[in-house]
Design a protein around this ligand. Structure first.
Ligand code: ADP
Length: 534
């Protein structure tokens, strides 16, 4: 075995690499702000240059009315919705999901867009009450076409509210003859071929949808942010601060415009992010090395993989293993074999009530060494969890802590495919520690992104120790994504960073709320904007 006293320093060293103090957070945020402003000014290849005007020039306040169609092309499903905005911050939504097969994802783009049109057709035909806004007596041709908003969350260079050119496919899509084409035109051509009386009036990014949808239900919103498979945000900017727009052919109709930050791509040159060997391994083995650098520190797709890299390194530690007696399960050996959802479960197991096992707990027979009684050992607290010089057994820790570790062990057995006898209480403690340092860093960095927007919009002057708050009243932020919804303490930790970066006054004013049905309601609201802006 490794000498017990040599192990704690190894873990401390890893933890230090993941640690972000106030100074680090401030310098990261300052650099983002600079990258970001550069992105607002120019198109190009440098950091932040994917920052994109969206041509959405108004934010709802909850009084909007009308019935709109929304189409959402996500990873696995195509969703068609009919959204009725009631004008009192509430809405009704009818929706249908249609599967997008591998053949559609990878075949000809025309086939994919024909399928989208077919799905809208099927949805309209199946409508129980017809489309509410259309009086049935009118002749088809005399009616205005039904306005539809398309939520399309792939990188697009948007040139008008209803025009955007696909830059690249992501998330397993590779349909041919789409890159460089106008997505709205591809969809409209498919509608027209089928003589559908539907007009695609708006192309919406999911972050913009999140912002608009929260604005509608909260009566206003300044930022829409996604913390799910990926991460991104969109916020409201002054047109005069977007020099990129100077060559735009589109006539602008207001002083504000929503900007898609594409913040997942910040710091692609990695000059400010504290990159560890575990991050480098992830990046090197990813399909997009040196791209989406910030996203790789933050989002659901990657957190599990960073954690897996730490655990594998501890399993392989020389001269002697630190974890799982040197054994790696199939899941642990598998690239992306540890989902961030498992991290959530591990943290939940740790946070759970002390007593009374729940149905989730798999009863695990303790390995003999763990059950050996140490009658003279003091019952110690959590401090000994990572102190390998002290025995960690049922006899040496409080029942509360023991119970939590046993629950974690159950998750490891159930979700990482380990035999119970290969998972000691110490292993459980180490796994939970690894999850917590990776997730904590992600949540703190997420706070930097929100701070950049608060600073950019002038809610605060200066950052860190120089932060001075401006104005008063709530600052509504709409969020979506499994990570922020389900990961224990994610928002609380994000707020910790915000307090350091923009001060407590602003942090308290920031009102984070889930954007319910963001992509459907957001696309409907965007279609409404488009009709207004026409
Ligand atoms: P998307 O971003 O694709 O629209 P989600 O917001 O559901 O979808 O995010 C999916 C991502 O969130 C996946 O990477 C998955 O690993 C992760 N995830 C799912 N459930 C949880 C959870 N309970 N805790 C943390 N992460 C989760």
């Amino acid at each position: 075995r490794s000498k017990p006293e040599t192990i704690k320093p190894i873990l401390d060293d890893i933890e230090e690499q993941f640690d972000l103090d106030e100074e680090a957070l401030t310098s990261i945020t300052t650099q983002f702000l600079a990258d970001f402003n550069h992105g607002l000014s120019e198109y190009g290849e440098a950091m932040g240059d994917d920052v994109g005007p969206t041509f959405v020039q108004g934010v709802p306040n909850g009084t909007e009315t009308g019935t709109f169609l929304a189409l959402d092309l996500g990873g696995t499903n195509l969703r068609v919705c009919q959204v009725e905005l009631r004008g009192d911050k509430t809405f009704t939504l009818r929706q249908q999901k249609y599967k997008v097969s591998e053949a559609l994802k990878t075949g000809e783009a025309v086939t994919l867009f024909d399928y989208m049109a077919d799905s809208v057709d099927a949805f309209l035909t199946s409508s129980p009450s017809g489309v509410a806004s259309l009086p049935p007596s009118l002749d088809e041709e005399e009616k205005d076409p039904l306005p539809l908003g398309l939520t399309f969350s792939f990188p697009v260079e948007q040139t008008a509210l209803d025009q955007g050119y696909l830059l690249t496919w992501t998330k397993g899509f590779s349909a041919k003859n789409a890159i460089g084409r106008d997505i709205v035109k591809l969809l409209q051509d498919a509608f027209d071929k089928k003589h559908l009386h539907v007009k695609c009036v708006a192309l919406v990014n999911d972050t913009v949808g999140t912002l608009l949808s929260r604005a509608y239900t909260a009566g206003g919103c300044i930022l829409g942010a996604i913390f799910g498979t990926g991460t991104n945000g969109a916020y409201v900017e002054k047109v005069q601060n977007i020099p990129k727009l100077k060559n735009s052919a589109t006539v602008l109709r207001g002083d504000d415009m929503i900007v898609n930050t594409e913040w997942g791509g910040f710091n692609n040159s990695r000059t400010v992010l504290p990159t560890t060997p575990f991050d480098n391994k992830l990046d090197r083995e990813s399909i997009n090395p040196r791209k989406q650098a910030y996203e790789k520190f933050i989002s659901g797709m990657y957190l599990g993989e960073i954690t897996r890299n730490i655990l594998v390194a501890l399993v392989d530690a020389a001269p002697h293993p630190i974890l799982f007696k040197g054994k790696a399960s199939d899941a642990l050996n598998q690239h992306y074999g540890l989902d961030s959802e498992i991290m959530s479960h591990i943290e939940e197991a740790w946070n759970s009530e002390a007593h009374g096992p729940t149905a989730e707990v798999v009863t695990v027979k303790l390995p003999v060494s763990d059950e050996t009684e140490h009658p003279h050992a003091e019952k110690l607290t959590e401090k000994i969890l990572l102190d390998f010089t002290k025995p960690l057994t049922a006899a040496t820790i409080e029942p509360h802590t023991l119970h939590r570790l046993q629950r974690i062990r159950s998750v490891i057995v159930a979700r990482l495919g380990y035999a119970p006898e290969d998972v000691s209480l110490r292993d459980a403690a180490v796994v939970r520690w690894a999850c917590s340092i990776v997730a904590r860093r992600a949540a703190l960095l997420s706070g930097c992104a929100v701070a950049v927007v608060a600073r950019q919009m002038g809610f605060v002057k200066g950052l860190g120790k120089d932060a001075v708050s401006e104005g008063e009243g709530p600052i509504a932020v709409g969020v979506d994504g499994s990570l922020i919804q389900f990961y224990p303490q994610f928002e609380a930790t994000m707020r910790e960073a915000l307090r350091l970066l923009v001060g407590e006054t602003i942090e308290k004013r920031i009102d984070i709320g889930l954007a319910k049905d963001g992509s459907g309601v957001g696309a409907a609201l965007c279609a409404l904007q488009a009709v207004k802006q026409q």
